[in-house]
Design a protein. Structure first.
Length: 479
């Protein structure tokens, strides 16, 4: 049973260790990946903000060079400048349209994409850029670069370049980013990059600022935000995939390696179960063997102290019990009596009817003793036809009552030989009460001597041994 419990405990320990190790491993990987992704996202976000700033500066330089290179742009362009501008819009990557706007905000002319822009240049006396995010879906988001023509104090018109937002579509090799988006100060999405869902929902709103775990366009992302200088409070947001610890733990199980992982765990469970069952069978076999050994030991122990013919205890058991009982009497000053019994004319029974009939007589005496003695008394066969009855907590006169009941029961028991002849069985009995000082042998000898007194008087009777005088009294008598 201990082996079975040990295997069960080891199995549980292995299983718990296996599961705990897997959870700790995946949790460590998850948090390491999360920290690495956040660090990488911040770095890539800073690079993207720098690219966007450089992109705005480059387009401002382009607008300034364009205003110098093509004269006559303050009015509606003539055919020659218009052709040059058309060809310039077609050949310049990222340039969607060129327009001229008066100080009052009226559009004088536009070349290129004829779709209206969502923003207009503010006459603030300086070059600046704006995010063009049409709310009606008439055009894709982009940038509008405004360049006042002439000195700031005398500026009467503004040159507008409508360009693509290339920075949001830039993909860095090995990047963990899903997309880049631009949001205004209220958290409204102005423009999105590679992610299709964001591009189709340019006005999706979220709580500002977009940081941490966010839900955007029906999807969950991890967001990192960085303000962009020169875009009127706009923020550049980097979105990465949102991964939970639970999905991280389950993800390996859904992969081919995870299937092998699960099969190995199942195989381990089957092996542990077989070992557990095998250990259980081995434990059961051992328990059965131990039970047989215990029964055999008990049987041999009983045989070593029992008389096989009568079923009573034997002489060895008698001496051990007598020594124990006398020691208890001396310790607690309690009475104990001993009755020595001898079958009358037993030799004549054996000679006349044979030893088989003699054995039947002995078995009869064994049955009578077991059936008529008290529960506290113990009967022994200490010789061929000699028996002893030990009576704890009993005075000699009380022991006489018990012995006479046994003698009466034996006389009333009818025993017939195989030829049908009746056999009368009697016993001569001597009783001695322990005086508290004598030894085992002395007590037995006094009861035995009383028994022989009965035989000398004619057998079939009972005698009580006299209590021996104390040593001092005995010395005075000798004198």
């Amino acid at each position: 049973m201990a082996l079975k419990r040990l295997i069960l405990l080891l199995s549980l320990l292995v299983g718990v260790t296996f599961v705990a190790g897997a959870v700790i491993y995946h949790a460590t990987v998850f948090f390491n990946r999360l920290a690495a992704a956040q660090t990488s996202a911040q770095g890539e976000l800073q690079l993207a903000a720098q690219r966007l700033t450089n992109e705005m500066v480059d387009w401002q330089r382009f607008a300034r060079a364009l205003s110098i290179a093509i004269p006559g742009m303050t009015e509606a362009p003539e055919s020659a400048p218009q052709q040059r501008l058309d060809r310039l819009v077609e050949e310049t990557y990222g340039l969607r349209s060129i327009a001229l706007m008066t100080a009052e905000g009226r559009m004088l002319w536009r070349i290129g994409d004829t779709a209206s822009t969502a923003v207009s240049c503010a006459n603030n006396g300086g070059a600046h850029s704006l995010v063009n995010a049409p709310t009606d879906g008439s055009a894709d988001p982009g940038l509008v670069h405004c360049l006042p023509l002439g000195p700031p104090a005398e500026s009467s018109s503004t040159l507008m370049l409508h360009t693509q937002l290339d920075t949001l579509n830039y993909e860095m090799p090995g990047s963990s980013l899903l997309t880049l988006i631009l949001v205004d100060g209220n958290g409204r999405v102005l423009a999105g990059g590679r992610l299709h869902a964001i591009e189709r929902y340019p006005v999706t709103t979220s709580e500002a600022p977009l940081t941490g775990s966010v839900h955007l366009a029906g999807k969950d992302f991890e967001a990192a935000t960085l303000p962009v200088a020169g875009l009127d409070g706009a923020h550049l947001v980097a979105l990465t995939s949102h991964e939970t610890l639970w999905s991280r733990v389950l993800q390996p199980l859904l992969s081919p390696a995870g299937i092998i992982y699960a099969l190995m765990a199942a195989l381990l469970a089957v092996i542990v179960r077989k070992l557990y069952l095998a250990a259980g069978r081995d434990v059961q076999r051992r328990e059965k063997v131990e039970q047989k050994l215990r029964r055999s030991e008990a049987m041999y122990r009983e045989l070593s102290v029992s008389d096989s013919l009568t079923g009573l205890y034997n002489r060895r058991k008698f001496h051990a019990d007598l020594h124990h009982e006398l020691s208890r009497n001396q310790r607690y000053d309690r009475p104990v009596s001993l009755a020595v019994m001898d079958v009358d004319y037993f030799k004549q029974i054996n000679d006349r009817y044979g030893h088989n009939e003699g054995d039947r007589v002995l078995r009869l005496i064994g049955r009578v003793l077991r059936g008529t003695r008290r529960k506290t008394d113990t009967a022994y066969r200490v010789g061929g036809e000699e028996f002893v009855l030990m009576l704890p907590e009993t005075r000699a006169r009380d022991a006489e009552t018990v012995v006479r009941r046994i003698q009466d029961a034996l006389t009333e028991s009818c025993l017939y030989t195989e030829e049908g002849d009746p056999v009368t069985v009697t016993m001569s009995v001597g009783i001695a009460e322990f005086d508290g000082d004598e030894g085992d042998r002395a007590l037995f000898n006094r009861a035995d001597a009383a028994m022989y007194e009965v035989k000398d008087r004619g057998r079939g009777g009972l005698a009580i041994a006299d209590t021996p005088p104390p040593p001092a009294a005995a010395g005075q008598g000798d004198a």
